[in-house]
Write a protein that binds this ligand. Structure first.
Ligand code: CAA
Length: 382
């Protein structure tokens, strides 16, 4: 029996900033962002949204079909809203999940959703009649006028995992590499990440090389056994650099066609940290013209700090019928383009941290929004 991804749907808020506008404001050549980083827009989080509302908005249509069979819900994020309570419990409430569905939050920078994916497929081996809900939800924040600023973004990916999945069966071999590094981190008292950008890109590529070598050793698969590749996407140029590196290691010519369909959505959302690799998967399955049925996709997941992993999956017959392509294209097309002042104002918005009561302005269309705070408690609703 196969286990893997039965459905995938993502959500990103209804506001974006054009990189050409940001570049003009920063007096930088826009080609640096558009060509040098491979980004054209980034999604901007409004004051009445956060990882919980984004997660609920991503998952709502998926769980309608699977509610009764979901008994495990894994929430992956590095933008946690509470030190104790799993963000998924608010989502569990908002979506009316089964009381017998357990909920837990996982963290390891942008890698955590990949670990969650493998935990889920292992769980399904012993519970094949159940389904697992996995949501990755994040906001990438570096700060106004920082080198990381053009690589910001926000969004959530919800996936239902099951036996006999409709989209992708996950294969058993994974090449993993972990090492204590300080390329990117965010102490509890900070809202923005501390990042050594150049060092982080170097580590990403080194980790890819370690993971690939272990993956090849364990799986006995070669580069040519893979039809397409999805990479963690801090910015889309990073995936190009990664694929060039992999092609060099495998001694094959670089073919941009093997990655380009996976980059389309990320170029418009920006980095969505733990969700980024799976936005890439969505983009690949929904934008690739060639029928991918039966093809093997290679995945590289990277979380600063750092943990990396190379793994693979096989696209399932009839996969196109289970996609949410129209929803995703409409979502991206209908975002409002912000001017610089609106962006800076959304970015600088702060919720009270002293327990005082606060009602957020109604900005998002939802359906789920952060309504406000009362007695330190975050309140959500439609
Ligand atoms: N026209 C075309 N290209 C131009 C250009 C122009 N006018 N001006 C510059 N460029 C190119 C540069 O040559 C460079 O390309 P190469 O790397 O291929 O040489 C690219 O634009 C970026 O230029 P810089 O390196 O000068 O950019 P920078 O110093 O401003 O910072 C960055 C780039 C380090 C990625 C920065 O945006 C950053 O710190 N980002 C956040 C960290 C990050 O995303 N790290 C990725 C790996 S870690 C990870 O993956 C985890 C995660 O999600 C964070």
């Amino acid at each position: 029996m196969n286990f893997g991804i039965d459905a995938v749907r993502f959500y990103t808020p209804g506001f974006s900033l054009d990189h050409s506008l940001l570049a003009a404001h920063r007096q930088i050549d826009p080609e640096k962002f558009i060509v040098g980083l491979g980004q054209t827009q980034m999604s901007i989080l409004p004051p009445d949204e956060d990882i919980v509302s984004m997660a609920a908005n991503a998952a709502a249509p998926l769980v309608k079909e699977a509610k009764d069979s979901i008994r495990l819900f894994l929430f992956a994020t590095e933008s946690g809203v509470d030190q104790s309570k799993a963000a998924g419990l608010w989502v569990h409430h908002l979506l009316g999940l089964n009381p017998s569905c357990r909920v837990v939050e996982l963290k390891q920078a942008c890698y955590s959703a990949t670990c969650a994916l493998h935990l889920a497929t292992s769980y399904l081996h012993t519970h094949p009649s159940e389904k697992v809900l996995l949501i990755a939800s994040d906001e990438a924040r570096y700060g106004l006028n920082t080198p990381g600023e053009p690589t910001q973004g926000c969004g959530a990916v919800a996936m239902v995992l099951s036996a006999s999945p409709r989209l992708l069966s996950i294969e058993p071999h994974q090449g993993v590499f972990a090492e204590h590094t300080m390329d990117f981190f965010r102490p509890n008292y900070m809202r923005e990440a501390i990042v050594d950008g150049k060092f982080s890109t170097k580590l990403y590529l080194q980790t890819l090389s370690h993971c690939w070598q272990e993956y090849v050793k364990l799986s006995s698969l070669q580069f040519s056994d893979h039809s397409r590749f999805c990479y963690h996407l801090p910015f889309t140029k990073m995936a190009e650099k990664a694929h060039e590196r992999l092609c060099r290691i495998a001694q094959v010519p670089f073919d941009p066609h093997q990655i380009e369909s996976s980059l389309i959505y990320s170029r418009l959302t920006g980095n969505v940290y733990a969700a980024a690799l799976y936005v890439g998967l969505s983009s690949l399955l929904e934008n690739e013209e060639q029928d991918l049925t039966g093809k093997r996709i290679g995945f590289f997941s990277y979380g600063s700090g750092c943990v990396g992993e190379f793994f693979s999956g096989i696209v399932q017959q009839g996969y196109r019928r289970a996609l949410y392509a129209l929803d995703h294209k409409e979502l991206l097309k209908s975002r409002k383009s912000l001017n610089y002042e609106e962006y800076a104002s959304f970015f600088s918005h702060r919720l009270p941290e002293d327990g005082s009561e606060y009602t957020t302005p109604v900005i998002s269309k939802g359906p789920f929004r952060l309504l406000g705070i009362k007695n330190h408690e975050r309140l959500y609703g439609p």
